[in-house]
Design a protein around this ligand. Structure first.
Ligand code: PAF
Length: 286
């Protein structure tokens, strides 16, 4: 496995692979890798000749400086994990390598057909512009055949699919296929997240109420209305000391707009566990 830090070297390697007719799978990450990322990388390794993993904490998608500063970073540990599961290249550029000073400060605005106006987009203005800025750059540099994203960030996945299939950028990434992969959970039910590293053991226990409540809500959905279930989930989590729901919305999986039926519906939650912001979701019509 080779660690690459410059765009030029990355493009050189990609070009050589393309010349040999090899297929490329890309897994974009911000590092602090866990079993959830590992599941994406294993899949990319199995389905492509070459697997490229990017490890880059993208400053332009953080609208909270403290969150950016506290985001866990450990390239050495990440590289060990990636090498053990068969990744071929790790692309780990510095922010200066990735962006010019102008790009770093410029406010990009992409049109996501309204997908960015709800939930995370409402709470973190500009977040998805930063995500698309970096992901589109990675797509141009790596020219992957497939790119892998976790369903935990369901709205991010929907927006990236939109970018590739329906936005003004559609068609510019060749036949790129976006592959969504299921949430990986601890045996306790807690959704894996790099942010879990910031939870104390006690907070980890407290946070279990999030996934447990979401699972229970599958039962509630058999008899209650969408709005009733939304309220019950929110109230149940808020009743746990140390947890505070930022939003819980049951939306249509395709449009991400509020829905009145559980058909094609997903419930997306963001909860503060102490100072750590956690997200999770549950599909009612899986
Ligand atoms: O999901 C993430 O880790 C990031 O948003 C991504 C897709 C790697 C872009 O920085």
């Amino acid at each position: 496995m080779q660690i690459i830090t410059t765009k030029q070297e990355l493009q050189r390697q990609v070009e050589a692979c393309k010349q040999e007719g090899k297929t490329i799978g890309l897994v974009p990450t911000m590092g602090a890798l866990h079993e959830g990322h590992a599941s994406l990388v294993r899949r990319a390794v199995n389905e492509n000749d070459i697997c490229v993993v990017s490890v880059f904490v993208n400053p332009t998608q953080f609208n909270n400086k403290e969150d950016l500063a506290l985001y866990p970073r450990d390239l050495e540990r990440d590289a060990k994990l990636l090498s053990s599961i068969g990744a071929h290249y790790v692309f780990a550029p510095s922010p200066e390598e990735m962006y010019t000073a102008e790009e770093m400060n410029q406010t990009f605005t992409f049109d996501f057909g309204g997908l960015d106006k709800v939930m995370e987009g409402k709470m973190r203005p500009g977040h998805f512009n930063g995500v698309v800025q970096v992901v589109s750059r990675l797509f141009y540099l790596v020219q992957p055949d497939r790119a892998y994203f976790g369903e935990k960030d369901f709205q991010q996945l929907a927006i990236i699919r939109f970018m590739v299939e329906r936005s003004t950028l559609a068609g510019t990434f060749g036949n790129l296929q976006i592959v969504g992969c299921p949430i990986v959970r601890e045996s306790t039910g807690l959704a894996l997240s790099s942010r879990n590293e910031r939870l104390s053991e006690a907070e980890k226990q407290t946070a279990l109420a999030i996934s447990h409540t979401l699972m229970e809500s599958l039962e509630w959905a058999k008899t209650g209305s969408v709005r009733e279930v939304e309220k019950r989930v929110t109230d149940t989590i808020n009743a746990v000391e140390g947890l505070e729901v930022e939003y819980y919305e049951i939306v249509d999986k395709t449009t991400l707009q509020p829905t009145d039926t559980f058909h094609n519906a997903i419930g997306c939650v963001t909860v503060y566990c102490g100072k750590v912001r956690l997200i999770d979701n549950i599909q009612y019509d899986a």
